[in-house]
Design a protein around this ligand. Sequence first.
Ligand code: B4P
Length: 214
Amino acid sequence: MAAAAVDRTARAPAGFTVIGLIFGPPGSGKGTQAARVEKEFGMSHLSTGEILRSEVAHGSAVGKEAARIMAAGDLVPDDLIDRIVESRLSRIDPTSNVLLDGFPRTTEQAKALDAMLAPRQVDFVVSLDVPEAALIDRLLHRAAVEGRADDTRDAIMERMHEYHHRTASVLDHYREQGVPVLEVDGVGDVDVVFDRVRQAIKKLAASKPRARGI
Ligand code: B4P
């Protein structure tokens, strides 16, 4: 029996002009830089961390499930986050450029995103590089200023562990697919780091036809 044909044109994410990811360990400045990239390149910014924190603040069913996991510094389950991202992507204007921040964080999530975007692929990954000691200092500083539930010393150490064991390998997934990974030094003043990010994206856009929509 012939397999049912899949109408890929019906999947909104495949229509996006450019799809970029901002990637890095906890505290590397993904959210900080994503806000600037969004403004500079007119991209729709989707942060899974922000979505989860908003669900927690609203006391939704998702928030109740995620709150304890996030406070411990663990990653929320892949199937939950995949459903959130798929639903949010389907609500974005398909002619937009999209910047995903904090997703994917596991190879399984990366494969789920591949399926959501097929037959397209991610166009680029910006990877922020910051030494662990500086990451811990930044997060402890944020703890003192904002009091975020997952910025306790124990939760920070668990987040670093999860990053090394489950998230770092996501970059290999994209390198194996030939997706450009733009490695950016994330140490220095926020504006200095952003200048590096901007130059890296502009250089890519000038050389890769698929990234010219930015
Ligand atoms: P996120 O919200 O993604 O948080 P993050 O990794 O800590 O922060 P980010 O790298 O964006 O750093 P920021 O700009 O804020 O995730 C939080 C949690 O949500 C995860 O631990 C997990 O539990 C859950 N989650 C999210 N996505 C998930 C997924 N896909 N799967 C499963 N679970 C998921 O910067 C950090 C601090 O540094 C700030 O105080 C900032 O002001 C400062 N800073 C930034 N740039 C700086 C610079 N250049 N110099 C000095 N300080 C700087």
